[in-house]
Design a protein around this ligand. Structure first.
Ligand SMILES: Cc1cc2nc3c(=O)[nH]c(=O)nc-3n(C[C@H](O)[C@H](O)[C@H](O)COP(=O)(O)OP(=O)(O)OC[C@H]3O[C@@H](n4cnc5c(N)ncnc54)[C@H](O)[C@@H]3O)c2cc1C
Length: 416
């Protein structure tokens, strides 16, 4: 059997795997990426956050992505019925840093980054799946199978598991942990955005008035297509008639904020897609000789588009720690990886929970909110969930609960 040796083996060539392997490579270590699919391949997760530009820059991938001409994203708009609207513009955000990003068809986004890895000399083996991993201390032997069914082995000093929902190491080593959120479902499709108006280029999130806890995303792309998806309790979708195509059509027709725009918009795909029970966690984020990044570690919820940002941030931080460790420096994985990553995840978790409890919607659609508070919340929505200068990050749960309480008592809200 063929045996290869590498310092750091990366599983998966999504955003997390691409950022991780690029940073490891640039630090002078050898790396290799194993990817199960043939690229380009579809994956959901199309609306990015400004904070992710930091990791793309650190990984030397930002220029390649910029060359693709993706739709620029300058903010996010929330709508409810015909008279509730709230727009967050990232230029108003409280935290310093990138104040724009992109909306990307992921097949193109991910391919542009994996092509860049190859041009840097990183071996990326597509249509090859990791099937088994054996650890001897921190050293490991990974078995992979290519599309012809040929098995080979890779000896590595460290493994970064960026396999997304493949969750290779969590599955092999019983690290899967259920999410604290109830299972939700989505039905979505790409359409030709034939009726797009000039001002409709930013992503929109629409609260479905007649069904609490149901919302829809509208994410326009620069290629003239648009991603439209509905998210809610599985029972909500079960109660609708017909197959998923019919359900999606019905939901679009019912929602006045989008019904006209998409009434005659042709679907790009043959059928709508559906995903259920996508929120997931892990018992640990690192161990002797491995780290979990991106969705292989944790995925909260699509509502604030935190997935790719978390995927590339965790990739960047873990790759830097591994590079230090393999060069003989001491590394505190608990503090510098797990605690750091969970701080960001927990901040987003508060906002996701508050969204489904209706608290954030009451806050967003309250016209009297102090502009400084709005700027702080805007920063969270831009992905700056590690900025402790921001009261709405540092005290996220208390800050949001108190604000919602005040808003619900109908008082004008000012920061003291
Ligand atoms: C409904 C929904 C909407 C979402 N919307 C957004 C959004 O608007 N914005 C956002 O930022 N995020 C969004 N997300 C989240 C986003 O999809 C993920 O967080 C993101 O794709 C994670 O990136 P990743 O690199 O960790 O994994 P992925 O992008 O999934 O990449 C993992 C790669 O690993 C490969 N792989 C799997 N198993 C193996 C194996 N055994 N061997 C080798 N390779 C393997 C896979 O083929 C895949 O290419 C959404 C998620 C859902 C469910």
């Amino acid at each position: 059997m063929k045996i290869q040796k590498v310092d750091v083996l990366v599983i998966g060539a999504g955003p997390s795997g691409c950022v991780a392997s690029s940073i490891v490579h640039d630090s002078g270590l050898s790396t290799m990426v194993i990817e199960k699919e043939k690229f380009p391949r579809f994956v959901i997760g199309e609306s990015l956050l400004p904070r992710c530009m930091v990791a793309l820059t650190e990984a030397g991938l930002i220029d390649t992505v910029a060359e693709q001409g993706f739709q620029k994203k300058f903010g996010a708009k929330f709508l409810k019925g015909s008279n509730h609207s709230c727009e967050f513009l990232f230029e108003d955000q409280f935290s310093e840093g990138w104040n724009w990003t992109w909306q990307v068809p992921r097949a193109d986004f991910d391919s542009s980054m994996s092509d860049k890895l190859i041009s840097k000399g990183i071996p990326v083996h597509f249509e090859t799946a990791v099937t088994a991993v054996k650890f001897m201390g921190s050293d490991s032997v990974t078995t992979v199978v290519d599309k012809e069914g040929n098995e080979s082995q890779i000896e590595a000093k460290f493994i970064i598991d960026s396999s997304g929902y493949g969750r290779v190491l969590p599955r092999l080593f019983d690290l899967d942990e259920p999410s604290k959120f109830p299972p939700r479902r989505t039905i979505f499709a790409h359409f030709k955005d034939v009726n797009r108006s000039m001002e409709a280029n930013n992503a929109q999130i629409i609260v479905i008035d007649h069904a609490p806890q149901v919302w829809t995303w509208v994410i326009p792309f620069s290629n003239g297509n648009v991603s439209v998806g509905f998210v809610g309790d599985p029972a909500f979708f079960d109660a609708l008639e017909g197959d998923d195509d019919q359900k999606l059509k019905t939901l679009i027709a019912r929602e006045a904020n989008i019904s006209e725009r998409f009434a005659d918009a042709p679907m790009v795909w043959e059928h709508a897609k559906t995903i259920a029970g996508y929120s997931i966690a892990a018992k640990k984020l690192y161990g002797d000789g491995f780290a979990l990044t991106g969705n292989a570690a944790e995925f909260l919820d699509p509502v604030f588009s935190s997935g790719v940002t978390f995927a590339v941030e965790s990739a960047m931080v873990s790759a830097k720690l591994i590079s230090k460790q393999l060069k003989g420096e001491s590394v505190d994985w608990e503090k510098d990886y797990k605690e750091y990553i969970m701080e960001g995840v927990d901040t987003f978790r508060t906002y996701v929970r508050a969204w489904y409890e209706g608290k954030l919607q009451d806050i967003f659609f309250n016209p009297t909110i102090d502009q400084k508070i709005k700027r702080m919340i805007c920063s969270v929505l831009a992905g700056y969930v590690w900025d402790k200068e921001n009261y709405y990050v540092k005290n996220h749960a208390k800050a949001i609960d108190t604000l919602a309480h005040i808003v619900r008592m109908n008082k004008p809200v000012e920061i003291v």
